[in-house]
Design a protein around this ligand. Structure first.
Ligand SMILES: Cc1cc2nc3c(=O)[nH]c(=O)nc-3n(C[C@H](O)[C@H](O)[C@H](O)COP(=O)(O)OP(=O)(O)OC[C@H]3O[C@@H](n4cnc5c(N)ncnc54)[C@H](O)[C@@H]3O)c2cc1C
Length: 572
């Protein structure tokens, strides 16, 4: 059976070529493993390339009072203490080294006058902490990691979608997928797999995420028997473009606020004074997003249903130098000159704090040989992520997952691929072609996005979430009967038919966890349970597949060691 397919073999297979996947690949290679990286788009085009504002790391180049301890505290506070504390500790301790390493590999950061890496302010960070390259930090990060990986010898399989993980008994054995151009099937054999497939934003109507962010990795892991953690926590970034409609949701980087941008409502009031007078525009994203939403709902929104974000009080040359992408984004897409007039902005689905449940030290999932890192993994950010903490997450935990995956591969025998699993994967992919009736995947996707936007958005209620779960059952039934026309050649409708199955799984995981969490915490705001409850602060949610059913369990938040407890207590 396996002879029927083009087959590639590596010790470690990384699914995803964003920051997490590439950093994992570089590390696994350094450990002597043979490494394959597979990605849906071209190498260099992963969603990470869109990251703008910067990478958080307590380098202390601008604010000498900063420290890993302060970064740890900010991360835990931002995540409303639901974070995996060990991940938050490792992240804060190791991110400065990861930045220095990136610099040694050729990344050119903006500089201070005395030649150090410049750091800017960002919401929820006590000190100026974000290392950046104007507002194009992700591009520099990807360029550097990609150069390093290619130069060191990774095998790259690009424009290829993985649709199923293959197992040999309880262990990971490889993956099944198809080449997006030709539609040909392909097998990957590997002793270890790292999932680094990024986020889930494309399941919502208004999102900052790229087309690749359809939750594939989480769905693949779930289907293979891994667990998903705290899926209720989906971050709505406060500032996406609201106008014109074609670009609605496109991100307006937090760096605008970091550089001094001011938020006002239609009456010219600086409304953050009401919601967070201490931190104002540099409050955390959950708070700013809810504030804008509330201003709009109460009739004080901008003409296109958002708020005004103004940076025009800064010199035009400064704005163009520090925020070049924002300047061009507004000029080219909305005919707005942000050096002269305010932008119109509103919340956009941006990031998922939940994800595959992993071990803090190694990124290991609950399946032997399966690891995860980056946005696809859960734990570090708790109930809400601070800006800049994702890029540092990718570096710290990408490296750790690559290291552990290589070590696992060293001590593992070559796996066997199971024909029955391969056959099932092929059958599943071909099924939509075999139907003569049925809806096309575009209609179902569009309606799913609208439903999630209205029922599983910034503010939630039991009634809406229960309705959403009912709707999801109907969507699943429709998707099981959907039809794709044409052939496997260059067929985006067929690609979407598979992505849609992944989005339905993650959407159900989000709605199920959100309905169960009867409190408001971080990015999860329940109108019917508006308070943050101590008892809920001791519980994480775990989603798993049992038979054909999705199950939800509460697990206790891991006890923090005394020295870290003391650190957090110092501020009280
Ligand atoms: C506009 C924007 C700006 C941002 N700015 C910042 C910032 O300044 N600082 C910060 O910390 N964070 C920022 N973020 C968040 C951050 O960019 C992301 O969380 C992060 O880049 C995710 O990286 P990743 O490596 O986990 O995944 P991604 O970069 O999303 O990469 C996922 C990879 O997986 C591949 N893939 C997915 N599914 C499959 C499949 N089935 N088969 C094969 N391959 C697959 C994709 O092709 C891609 O290569 C920003 C986000 C956005 C949207």
């Amino acid at each position: 059976m396996t002879q029927k397919y083009e087959t590639h073999e590596n010790d470690v297979l990384i699914i995803g070529a964003g920051g997490a996947g590439l950093r994992a690949a570089v590390e696994a290679l350094a450990q002597g493993a043979s490494v394959g990286v597979v990605c849906k788009s071209l190498l260099g085009k992963a969603h990470t390339v869109m990251a703008e504002g910067g990478i958080a790391a307590a380098m202390c180049n601008v604010d000498q009072a900063d420290s890993w301890r302060a970064h740890f505290k900010d991360t835990m506070r931002g995540g409303k203490f639901l974070n995996n504390w060990r991940m938050a500790q490792l992240h804060a301790q190791e991110s400065p080294d990861r930045i220095r390493e990136l610099e040694q590999w050729g990344a050119l950061f903006d500089r201070t006058d005395d030649g150090n890496i410049l750091q800017r302010a960002f919401g929820g960070h006590t000190y100026k902490r974000l290392c950046h390259v104007g507002d194009r930090t992700g591009l520099e990060m990807i360029r550097t990691l990609q150069d390093r990986g290619v130069q060191q010898g990774i095998d790259v399989y690009m424009e290829c979608t993985i649709t199923r993980l293959l197992k040999d008994g309880d262990k990971i054995a490889g993956a099944f997928g198809y080449w997006r151009e030709q539609g040909r099937f392909v097998l990957f054999k590997a002793k270890s797999i790292v999932i680094a497939t990024g986020g889930i934003g494309k399941a919502w109507k208004v999102t900052s995420n790229s087309w690749e962010c359809t939750g594939d990795g989480m769905a693949l892991a779930y289907e293979a028997g891994a667990e998903l953690l705290d899926m209720e926590f989906v971050q709505f970034h406060p500032t996406g473009m609201v106008w014109p409609p074609g670009v609605q949701g496109l991100l307006v980087t937090e760096a605008v606020r970091g550089e001094g941008g001011i938020l006002r409502n239609k009456n010219g009031e600086r409304f953050m004074e009401k919601y967070d007078p201490k931190r104002m525009e540099l409050s955390t994203r959950d708070v700013v997003a809810r504030s804008i939403y509330t201003e709009v709902k109460e009739g004080r929104g901008s003409p296109h249903g958002g708020a005004f974000l103004d940076i025009s009080h800064k010199p035009a040359e400064y704005v163009k130098r520090k925020l070049p992408s924002m300047y061009h984004q507004f000029k080219d897409l909305a005919d707005v000159d942000i050096t002269k007039v305010p932008m119109e902005v509103g919340p956009t689905c941006h990031y998922v704090m939940g994800g595959i449940r992993v071990d803090a030290e190694t990124g290991a999932s609950t399946i032997s040989g399966l690891f995860a890192a980056g946005e696809a993994a859960g734990g570090l950010h708790g109930a809400n992520r601070l800006g800049g903490n994702s890029l540092s997450d990718l570096l710290v935990f990408g490296r750790r997952a690559g290291l552990a995956a290589a070590e696992h591969a060293k001590k593992s025998a070559a796996p066997n691929l199971d024909n029955a699993q391969i056959e099932a994967a092929e059958k599943q992919l071909l099924a939509p072609f075999e139907r003569t009736t049925g809806e096309n995947p575009y209609t179902i996707h569009m309606e799913l996005q609208e439903m999630l936007q209205s029922l599983v958005g910034i503010f939630r209620t039991a009634e809406d979430l229960s309705r959403a779960l009912g709707e999801l059952e109907k969507f699943k039934a429709r998707a099981a009967l959907m039809r794709v026309e044409g052939s496997r050649l260059f067929n985006p409708g067929w690609h979407l038919s598979r992505d849609l199955q992944c989005m339905l799984i993650v959407a159900q995981a989000v709605a199920t966890s959100a309905l169960a969490r009867q409190e408001s915490r971080g990015a999860h705001s329940r109108i019917d349970f508006p308070k943050t409850e101590d008892a809920w602060g001791k519980k994480n949610h775990v989603i798993a597949k049992k038979g054909d059913a999705m199950t939800l369990a509460e697990i206790p938040v891991r006890e923090m060691p005394d020295e870290l407890k003391q650190l957090l207590a110092e501020d009280k």
